[in-house]
Write a protein that binds this ligand. Structure first.
Ligand code: SF4
Ligand code: SF4
Length: 176
Protein backbone atom coordinates (compact mmCIF):
# COMPACT_ATOMS: atom_id res chain seq x y z
CA UNK A 1 0.00 0.00 0.00
CA UNK A 2 1.29 3.44 -0.99
CA UNK A 3 2.04 5.80 1.78
CA UNK A 4 2.87 9.52 1.64
CA UNK A 5 6.66 9.03 1.55
CA UNK A 6 6.45 6.70 -1.48
CA UNK A 7 4.32 9.21 -3.39
CA UNK A 8 6.76 11.97 -2.46
CA UNK A 9 9.69 9.90 -3.77
CA UNK A 10 7.91 9.28 -7.10
CA UNK A 11 7.06 12.97 -7.50
CA UNK A 12 10.66 14.00 -6.78
CA UNK A 13 11.92 11.44 -9.31
CA UNK A 14 9.54 12.63 -12.02
CA UNK A 15 10.38 16.25 -11.29
CA UNK A 16 14.09 15.52 -11.69
CA UNK A 17 13.43 13.86 -15.06
CA UNK A 18 11.26 16.77 -16.22
CA UNK A 19 13.88 19.30 -15.18
CA UNK A 20 16.53 17.66 -17.38
CA UNK A 21 14.39 16.62 -20.35
CA UNK A 22 14.64 19.95 -22.20
CA UNK A 23 18.27 20.71 -21.41
CA UNK A 24 20.87 20.32 -24.20
CA UNK A 25 22.80 17.03 -24.12
CA UNK A 26 26.25 17.13 -22.48
CA UNK A 27 27.76 14.40 -24.65
CA UNK A 28 31.36 15.18 -25.61
CA UNK A 29 32.40 13.83 -29.01
CA UNK A 30 35.70 12.29 -27.93
CA UNK A 31 38.31 12.06 -29.44
CA UNK A 32 37.49 15.01 -31.72
CA UNK A 33 36.46 17.02 -28.65
CA UNK A 34 38.50 16.81 -25.47
CA UNK A 35 37.87 17.98 -21.95
CA UNK A 36 40.59 19.73 -20.01
CA UNK A 37 41.22 17.71 -16.86
CA UNK A 38 41.46 19.52 -13.54
CA UNK A 39 45.02 20.20 -12.32
CA UNK A 40 44.62 17.48 -9.64
CA UNK A 41 43.50 14.87 -12.15
CA UNK A 42 45.46 11.64 -11.63
CA UNK A 43 46.74 10.21 -14.90
CA UNK A 44 50.14 8.84 -15.82
CA UNK A 45 53.09 9.71 -13.62
CA UNK A 46 56.19 11.66 -14.57
CA UNK A 47 59.60 11.99 -12.92
CA UNK A 48 60.50 15.63 -12.36
CA UNK A 49 63.70 17.60 -11.90
CA UNK A 50 64.62 20.11 -9.19
CA UNK A 51 65.20 23.82 -9.96
CA UNK A 52 68.91 23.05 -10.56
CA UNK A 53 67.92 20.69 -13.37
CA UNK A 54 69.00 17.58 -11.47
CA UNK A 55 66.85 14.48 -11.12
CA UNK A 56 64.80 14.70 -7.93
CA UNK A 57 64.50 10.95 -7.53
CA UNK A 58 66.97 9.56 -4.99
CA UNK A 59 65.90 5.94 -5.57
CA UNK A 60 64.63 5.48 -2.01
CA UNK A 61 62.08 2.81 -3.09
CA UNK A 62 59.26 4.42 -1.07
CA UNK A 63 56.98 4.77 -4.11
CA UNK A 64 57.63 1.18 -5.00
CA UNK A 65 56.83 0.09 -1.42
CA UNK A 66 53.62 2.16 -1.34
CA UNK A 67 52.32 0.89 -4.68
CA UNK A 68 49.44 -1.52 -4.01
CA UNK A 69 49.91 -3.36 -7.31
CA UNK A 70 53.73 -3.52 -7.35
CA UNK A 71 54.14 -1.87 -10.71
CA UNK A 72 57.18 0.32 -9.91
CA UNK A 73 60.70 -1.05 -9.95
CA UNK A 74 64.12 0.57 -10.01
CA UNK A 75 67.81 0.16 -9.25
CA UNK A 76 69.58 2.68 -7.04
CA UNK A 77 73.07 4.01 -7.74
CA UNK A 78 75.36 6.73 -6.37
CA UNK A 79 77.25 9.50 -8.12
CA UNK A 80 80.90 10.17 -7.12
CA UNK A 81 79.70 13.04 -4.85
CA UNK A 82 77.39 10.66 -2.97
CA UNK A 83 74.13 11.81 -4.54
CA UNK A 84 71.77 8.89 -5.09
CA UNK A 85 69.80 8.40 -8.27
CA UNK A 86 67.88 5.69 -10.06
CA UNK A 87 70.08 3.84 -12.53
CA UNK A 88 66.89 2.59 -14.13
CA UNK A 89 63.29 3.25 -13.16
CA UNK A 90 60.33 1.38 -14.61
CA UNK A 91 56.56 1.69 -14.29
CA UNK A 92 54.21 -0.89 -15.75
CA UNK A 93 51.15 1.19 -16.62
CA UNK A 94 49.17 -1.88 -17.62
CA UNK A 95 48.90 -2.64 -13.89
CA UNK A 96 48.74 0.89 -12.49
CA UNK A 97 45.38 1.89 -11.00
CA UNK A 98 46.31 5.61 -10.79
CA UNK A 99 45.68 5.73 -7.06
CA UNK A 100 48.42 8.33 -6.49
CA UNK A 101 49.96 6.53 -3.49
CA UNK A 102 53.41 6.68 -5.10
CA UNK A 103 53.23 10.47 -5.47
CA UNK A 104 52.02 10.81 -1.88
CA UNK A 105 54.87 8.65 -0.57
CA UNK A 106 57.65 10.40 -2.48
CA UNK A 107 59.75 12.54 -0.09
CA UNK A 108 61.40 14.53 -2.88
CA UNK A 109 58.34 15.25 -5.06
CA UNK A 110 60.12 13.46 -7.88
CA UNK A 111 57.19 11.34 -8.96
CA UNK A 112 54.06 13.31 -9.75
CA UNK A 113 50.73 12.55 -11.36
CA UNK A 114 50.22 14.30 -14.68
CA UNK A 115 47.02 14.99 -16.60
CA UNK A 116 48.07 12.88 -19.60
CA UNK A 117 45.32 10.28 -19.79
CA UNK A 118 45.67 9.12 -23.41
CA UNK A 119 48.12 6.28 -22.93
CA UNK A 120 46.19 3.36 -24.42
CA UNK A 121 48.29 1.07 -26.64
CA UNK A 122 47.56 -1.97 -28.74
CA UNK A 123 50.73 -3.72 -27.59
CA UNK A 124 50.65 -4.15 -23.82
CA UNK A 125 54.44 -4.09 -23.65
CA UNK A 126 54.37 -0.47 -24.79
CA UNK A 127 52.75 0.36 -21.46
CA UNK A 128 56.00 -0.42 -19.68
CA UNK A 129 57.65 2.99 -19.34
CA UNK A 130 61.36 3.33 -18.66
CA UNK A 131 63.09 6.25 -16.95
CA UNK A 132 63.75 7.93 -20.33
CA UNK A 133 59.99 7.93 -20.99
CA UNK A 134 59.11 9.21 -17.50
CA UNK A 135 61.71 11.90 -16.85
CA UNK A 136 60.64 15.40 -17.87
CA UNK A 137 62.75 18.55 -18.11
CA UNK A 138 60.65 20.62 -15.73
CA UNK A 139 59.83 20.71 -12.01
CA UNK A 140 56.16 19.77 -12.29
CA UNK A 141 53.66 21.05 -9.75
CA UNK A 142 56.10 22.48 -7.21
CA UNK A 143 58.71 24.45 -9.15
CA UNK A 144 60.65 25.77 -6.14
CA UNK A 145 61.01 22.59 -4.15
CA UNK A 146 64.63 21.48 -3.94
CA UNK A 147 64.97 18.52 -1.61
CA UNK A 148 68.66 18.06 -2.21
CA UNK A 149 69.67 21.57 -1.17
CA UNK A 150 67.89 21.18 2.19
CA UNK A 151 68.47 17.58 3.13
CA UNK A 152 70.60 15.85 0.56
CA UNK A 153 73.98 17.56 0.91
CA UNK A 154 76.20 15.90 3.50
CA UNK A 155 76.64 17.76 6.81
CA UNK A 156 80.34 18.37 7.44
CA UNK A 157 80.25 20.25 10.75
CA UNK A 158 79.63 18.45 14.05
CA UNK A 159 76.25 18.98 15.74
CA UNK A 160 75.99 22.54 17.01
CA UNK A 161 78.82 23.68 14.75
CA UNK A 162 76.65 25.50 12.22
CA UNK A 163 75.98 29.25 12.60
CA UNK A 164 72.27 28.92 13.53
CA UNK A 165 72.67 25.99 15.97
CA UNK A 166 73.14 25.66 19.74
CA UNK A 167 75.68 23.08 20.92
CA UNK A 168 73.94 19.81 21.92
CA UNK A 169 73.02 19.29 25.57
CA UNK A 170 75.25 16.81 27.42
CA UNK A 171 72.77 14.52 29.25
CA UNK A 172 75.42 13.67 31.85
CA UNK A 173 75.26 17.29 33.01
CA UNK A 174 71.54 16.81 33.83
CA UNK A 175 72.13 13.96 36.31
CA UNK A 176 71.08 14.72 39.93
S1 SF4 B 1 49.42 5.42 -9.03
FE1 SF4 B 1 49.09 3.78 -7.53
S2 SF4 B 1 49.11 1.91 -8.73
FE2 SF4 B 1 49.98 3.49 -10.06
S3 SF4 B 1 52.21 3.31 -9.72
FE3 SF4 B 1 51.44 4.85 -8.27
S4 SF4 B 1 51.05 3.69 -6.38
FE4 SF4 B 1 51.20 2.22 -8.05
S1 SF4 C 1 60.28 8.63 -7.09
FE1 SF4 C 1 60.35 9.46 -5.01
S2 SF4 C 1 59.66 7.77 -3.67
FE2 SF4 C 1 60.17 6.89 -5.69
S3 SF4 C 1 62.29 6.21 -5.44
FE3 SF4 C 1 62.34 8.27 -6.34
S4 SF4 C 1 62.55 9.64 -4.56
FE4 SF4 C 1 61.88 7.66 -3.75
Amino acid sequence: MFIVKDIKAIVIGLWTTLKHICRPALTIQYPEEKRTPSPRFRARMVLTRDPDGEERCVACYLCSGACPVDCISMQSAEKPDGRRYAEWFRINFSRCIFCGFCAEACPTMAIQMSTEYEICKRDIMELVYEKEDLLIDGCGKDPNYNYYRHAGIGVVNPRGGNPDEEPPTDPRGLMP
